[in-house]
Design a protein around this ligand. Sequence first.
Ligand code: MGD
Ligand code: MGD
Ligand code: SF4
Ligand code: MO
Length: 685
Amino acid sequence: MLNPHKKTTQKRHVCPRNCYSTCTMISHVKNGKLYQVTGDKENPYTNGTLCAKAYSYIKRNYHPKRLKYPYYQEVKGSGNFKRISWKTAIELIENRLIKIDQTYQSFLPVALYKYTGNLGVKHYASEEFFSSIGPTTRIVGSPCSSAGFDATVYDFGRSVSSDPDQLAKAKVIVIWGGNPAATSIHSIPLIQQAQVRGACLIVIDPIFTQTAEIADIYIQIKPGSDGALANFLTKTVIEKGFADQSFIDQYTIGFKRFSEKLDKLSRVDVLQETGMEDKALEVLTEKLMTSEPVFHWIGLGLQRHTNGGQMVRTINALAASTGMIGKEGAGVHYAHSDTWVFKNQQAFFNEHEDKSNRVLEMTKWIKDGPTSLEPPLEFMWVTCRNPLVQDPQPQQIRKHFNAIPFVVTVDQFMTPTARWSNLILPATTHFEEEDIAASYWHRGLALNEKAIEPYFESQSDLRIMQLIATKVDDRFSHPSDFPVHDSNEDYLRKQWTEAATNAFGIPRFDDAKGRLIFPAVSKIAWRNKKFDTPSGKYEFYSERAKNDGYNPLPINQATNAEENYPLQLLTPHDPYALNSQFHFLGLGKDGEAFIAIHEKTALDRGIEDGDMVKVFNDYGAFTLKAQVTYRVAHDVVMIYTGWYPNQGVNVNELVPVLETDMGDNCAGAKGIAFHDTFVEVERKF
Ligand SMILES: Nc1nc2c(c(=O)[nH]1)N[C@H]1C(S)=C(S)[C@@H](COP(=O)(O)OP(=O)(O)OC[C@H]3O[C@@H](n4cnc5c(=O)[nH]c(N)nc54)[C@H](O)[C@@H]3O)O[C@H]1N2
Ligand SMILES: Nc1nc2c(c(=O)[nH]1)N[C@H]1C(S)=C(S)[C@@H](COP(=O)(O)OP(=O)(O)OC[C@H]3O[C@@H](n4cnc5c(=O)[nH]c(N)nc54)[C@H](O)[C@@H]3O)O[C@H]1N2
Ligand code: SF4
Ligand SMILES: [Mo]
């Protein structure tokens, strides 16, 4: 029972999920318990609103399945968990690390496997700790965005985007393989403002998504064929005299070589490649030639193909050919890295740059595992990552975990990854720890205040690293300089850099306390037309791309998927989940896993809406419910990515380990071409 005499308190928070919005929110606490979470009305981007996931944060925070204590199991996957004390947990880690140091005089047998479960600055303490003890092994590469980032860097020199409010000023918005109505919900009011002012929203996606529902024009395109479309549109625009010759002459290089290559593109071929109707192509071309400014939004989903980076380059080239760069309401928008400016984030950026580390490329690690490594992998630290759900071929990864004597997972829930570890450590949430988080979409920054005590025995990722460092540091052959005694605040204060001051306009961490830091002036990317490429111009022709083994020109390139099954499986992001998080709360109306199948495809296979079907390929098989729909084309099926506890559905079991074309420059390894997956579906009797 809440004590009515006790005062309620309110604290400020920022959502640390890997999500465009990076919303700020207010927690309401009574008797030390969180009882309400509300949006932050001061935030000009989110305007006091949150997503369904955030409104369920209380349920998630106190969920009976949330991890309360450290657990140990001798045999991974056995389920014979023993609750242990933190003291014992740290001793187990300590003994392992010291033994590795003594046996190998090196920490290369220790691997870090981390991603973006929590993007808060304090969470980079994991990278910082492992960097501080000397060279270690790192699983590198981004399953998320790296091909698109590399592509953008070839063309523009850096990945920069205008602030999202520029959306509202566009006359045409083209969304290529992005689904903001699900994944970036606070962009939708801005898109609608533009529509109210007469703008046309064009959504290009193989799936009739929640964003397509609000589009003025929806183009259902064959996956992986946007490059063909973008190149053809560019060719047509040039032929009809709508290229921006002044922009091209002053601010770009390589246009002539590029445009010459477009000459041989034929309308018939493009229609066939993209699966588009002739009329759709005509309408699209007309729109791009008659209205401006045009705001191109490239979704992160688009580039998860074996030709993903090159597709991004072709779309960039369309925008540059029409001069839609550096103008109000225009541009190409992907994501920016302007706010990744904190000190300990350098440990993350340097992990693949630091040649003394042993770098395991993500795809290579999943294919080959640790078996041929010398010195062998003895210890793996998994944090903010759920590879047994979110990485392809979890079947393989389970085997690799088995080959490593000691795997530790830090998480808030007993995920499939935690279940396959030896030691499981409970982590705090953003209501239970101070932190900083900033966005890769807008340029706001906010601090997380601590509103409640940690749930049972959970600890923050920083505190866990400190507990270990305190115990082992001076017993290693080379003691580290990890800040073991810093309070949360001191630690965060030290992460503030000059670059942070430049990015956020405040000199110190403390100046962000109790308020939201949001830029007063809307940024228009490349307004000065000075690009960060070697030539200082927008590069249609990129010598760097050439040196890296790619076509120097942004010319369409086909995917190289293994098309050995008839249906292409897309596994995009769930509106009611965040990667592998939140599914078990059943927030969506579907509440469980389903596969979307076109009516004709279903009919051919005797499948009716709601039937249980088996989906399979050479890699795996599982059973789930069919949703018969027109949202997908007849040769495409869709299952949302994520963790569906107790349903036996793990989409990534079907996903081969295929590399995206680009990604190594920014992430140290190529990305994962999740969407180049092919399957068959049959009715279960
Ligand atoms: N098939 C398919 N697979 C995909 C994708 C796809 O589109 N299709 N998308 C890819 C993309 S874009 C991404 S970004 C990756 C995401 O892959 P991951 O980063 O692995 O996914 P998340 O589920 O966001 O987070 C991982 C774990 O972090 C935990 N966590 C949350 N907060 C904390 C914390 O404070 N501390 C610790 N230690 N743990 C915490 C969560 O409970 C969760 O289990 O997945 C990729 N996988
Ligand atoms: N609700 C929610 N929000 C999220 C996330 C989440 O899981 N749930 N995840 C967060 C993360 S980590 C990320 S990376 C972003 C992802 O944000 P988005 O990129 O918006 O989302 P995705 O679902 O990855 O992919 C978007 C669309 O790309 C389409 N697509 C796939 N291949 C092609 C293609 O070849 N051409 C075209 N034109 N379209 C294609 C898919 O059908 C899908 O509809 O969202 C973030 N926000
Ligand atoms: S998940 Fe995204 S939309 Fe939801 S609260 Fe977090 S940042 Fe905002
Ligand atoms: Mo992502």
